[in-house]
Design a protein around this ligand. Structure first.
Ligand code: MN
Length: 381
């Protein structure tokens, strides 16, 4: 791969800190916690493969609906690892979560994340490392965890030819999931060798992790890598991943039925349309898809809310998406909502953000979202 973008320079100092932390924990058990999406899966698989010690690496997928981290904290306490690596996980989604995790782990916790985060939310416990390229810079291309992990993997080899094709395929899956594969193809001047398998695996991963009832531990990241390596080509690997495909297909059907029975309300003002969609009770996570779908249906000058109560979790998720032609920063909107409303967790990127609250707080939360969006729209150019 050839380089012509600033991402590598931004990542270099972060990679050094990451590498030293891993060297310091060389003979310890490592727990890789990753966001349950294609970027997280790819990132975890790439770091696991860079570590060359399969018996001492454990993996743990965490869904956006678990970004209050209470389950993770107790699972980490029980696992007692020697080092925790977190990839594509916004640890500042809930204030205090990082401290809770550091205490429970009793070991170093290293986090790489490129979610936009307000500097005042960043509080890093002693003995922990927080790496985020967006903190003091604005990268010209987003720098998702899969690319950070890819760079780390490459730094472990003198000769880039030694990095397996399977790893490269996973990088592409992660980049595709973040919708930045074309930007990377351009910036790094490469062409994806198996675009069909990349698209398919990425969508299967999304559907698979939409389930709210997944078993622990989750080793999907290691499974993908191992399957590719066993079968020797991306398309062969895809054909072999029948379990993933079947779960994804079944889940997709549930998602489709949930989306079609959502209750949608539209409010239009001079500046924008607000579409507020509530999902029915279901065992799959659809708030994010619902928000994207209603946003896409509007096409222009719209902000969409996808609202979903998670059965058994005593929480409501609200996902926000906007059309490209609006400049409203939704990550800032949820930050603002958090100031006036009691939230369980919140965070995101300018075009896509989300939050969770207790069911009883939904009405107040909705009101705060509406007025924050109205204020942002009034200030926007
Ligand atoms: Mn992610």
């Amino acid at each position: 791969m050839d380089t012509c973008f600033t991402g590598r320079d931004l990542l270099a100092p972060l990679l050094n800190r990451f590498a030293s932390a891993l060297t310091a924990a060389a003979d310890r058990e490592v727990l890789i916690v990753y966001h349950a999406d294609p970027d997280g899966v790819a990132a975890a698989a790439l770091v696991a493969s860079a570590l060359h010690r399969p018996l001492r690496v454990h993996t743990y997928a965490i869904g956006t609906h678990e970004f209050d981290f209470t389950t993770l904290v107790s699972d980490v306490r029980a696992a007692a690892p020697g080092l925790v690596i977190m990839l594509d996980v916004n640890i500042f989604s809930r204030p205090g979560a990082f401290e809770d995790l550091a205490l429970a782990a009793e070991c170093q916790v290293v986090v790489y994340d490129d979610h936009a985060i307000a500097v005042e939310r960043v509080a890093v416990p002693r003995n922990c490392i927080y790496l985020n390229p967006s903190l003091d810079n604005e990268p010209d291309v987003p720098l998702p965890s899969c690319f950070f992990s890819w760079e780390f993997l490459n730094s472990q080899y003198e000769d880039p030819a030694e990095v397996s094709e399977a790893s490269e395929w996973l990088l592409h899956v992660g980049l595709h999931g973040e919708s930045v594969l074309p930007a990377y193809e351009k910036a790094l001047r490469f062409r994806t060798p198996s675009p069909q398998s990349v698209r398919q695996i990425s969508s299967w991963i999304y559907s698979y992790y939409a389930r709210l009832d997944l078993p622990r531990p989750d080793d999907l990241c290691l499974e993908l890598l191992a399957t590719w390596e066993q079968y020797g080509s991306a398309d062969e690997a895809r054909a072999q991943l029948t379990l993933l495909r079947d779960v994804a297909d079944a889940t997709r059907k549930e998602i489709a039925s949930a989306l079609s029975s959502a209750v949608v309300e539209r409010t239009s003002t001079e500046t924008l349309t607000l579409v507020d969609a509530t999902a029915p009770l279901t065992s799959v996570r659809v708030a994010n898809l619902l928000a994207s779908e209603v946003r896409n249906r509007e096409g222009t000058r719209a902000v969409a809310l996808g609202v979903q109560e998670l059965p058994g979790h005593e929480r409501v998720m609200v996902e926000l998406r906007r059309t490209q032609d609006l400049s409203i920063d939704l990550a800032r909107v949820v930050d603002e909502v958090a100031k006036s409303t009691s939230l369980l967790n919140w965070g995101g990127h300018p075009p896509a953000a989300g939050l969770a609250c207790a069911p009883g707080a939904l009405a107040a939360c909705r009101e705060a979202i509406y007025s924050s969006i109205a204020r942002a729209a009034a200030q926007a150019p």
